[in-house]
Every structure is written in C-alpha cells, then in structure tokens.
Design a binder for this molecule. Structure first.
Ligand code: SF4
Ligand code: SF4
Length: 141
C-alpha cells in the first residue's frame, strides 16, 4: 500500500495480490482528510479480536470506521467486524482507547499498511484490484 495521503496500491505479500481502495464503497462519499501531511499514527483493527460491538464507531471524530458485514448476507450483523478508512483516519487514538477488547492498535504511518495486511481478515474498503470489475458489475449492473 502506498504511504501517500491515500492508502492506494498495497501488495499483499502472502498472495501478491494488489490491493486498492474500493471506489464504490460509500465511505468514498465522505469528506476527505484535510491537510497535506498524513498523520503520524494510523489506527488498525486487529479483526481477529473484534466483536463488532460498534463502540469505536461512536468516538471517531471523522467517521472513518466502517462496519464489515458478517458472512451471512441474510444476517450481516452476526459476526460483523469493523475496519478503518486509512485515507481518512487522523490518528487521534480515540478508537484505540475506547475499544473494550483492546483490538485497535496505533501504528506509525509507514508501518500501518503492513499491519493492515497482517491483521485484516475481511475488508470492503480495500479490495483486490482483480475484483474491481466484478464489484462494478454487481453495483452498477
Ligand atoms: S484513530 Fe481517531 S480518526 Fe483514526 S479511526 Fe480511530 S477514532 Fe477515527
Ligand atoms: S470497539 Fe473494538 S471490538 Fe468493538 S467494533 Fe470496535 S474494534 Fe471491534
């Protein structure tokens, strides 16, 4: 993943897939992070410990924490988790302090993208580039 302002183009070392921002996610309609310099720290959800309780979402001042639905489309809240829009996180640490399960960690900006790769089990904000067309078809038809 790039270390520029947005978290474009990461390479997942395990499978060499190129990960890009999902341009169709509703988070892309939210206001962009202000300022030219990226934050010193970024928050990463260690999804294996996330219960999907949504506590962290309430305290994020820039609304950059998104729900990741569970595996059953008929009951998406079951086994849901969350993920953070790294392009919008300002590194305030609220979520890291608020999480009752201590499953959000703060990383130096340049380390955050590797941590994201290691700790993310399911993402809708960042997807494999090869899936872009498929997702586009599903959304746009
Ligand atoms: S560190 Fe702050 S801005 Fe970033 S996701 Fe957590 S609460 Fe939101
Ligand atoms: S507060 Fe912690 S456990 Fe609850 S949804 Fe957020 S990251 Fe997951």
């Amino acid at each position: 993943m790039s270390t520029e302002n947005t978290a474009n183009n990461t390479t997942n070392e395990a499978d060499e897939a190129t990960i890009v921002e999902n341009p169709f996610h509703t988070a892309r309609l939210k206001p962009k992070r202000k300022g030219k310099k990226p934050p010193k720290l970024l928050a990463i959800v260690h999804q294996s410990g996330c219960t999907g309780c949504e506590v962290c979402i309430q305290g994020c001042p820039v609304d950059s924490i998104e729900l990741v639905p569970g595996p059953n489309p008929n009951n998406p809240q079951f086994n849901q988790t969350v993920e953070i829009d790294l392009a919008r996180c300002i590194g305030c640490q609220n979520c890291s302090q608020d999480c009752p399960w201590e499953t959000i960690m703060m990383y130096e900006h340049d380390d955050a993208f590797t941590a994201w790769s290691n700790e993310t089990l399911k993402s809708e904000l960042y997807i494999e580039e090869s899936n872009l067309e498929e997702i586009k078809k599903k959304i746009i038809g």
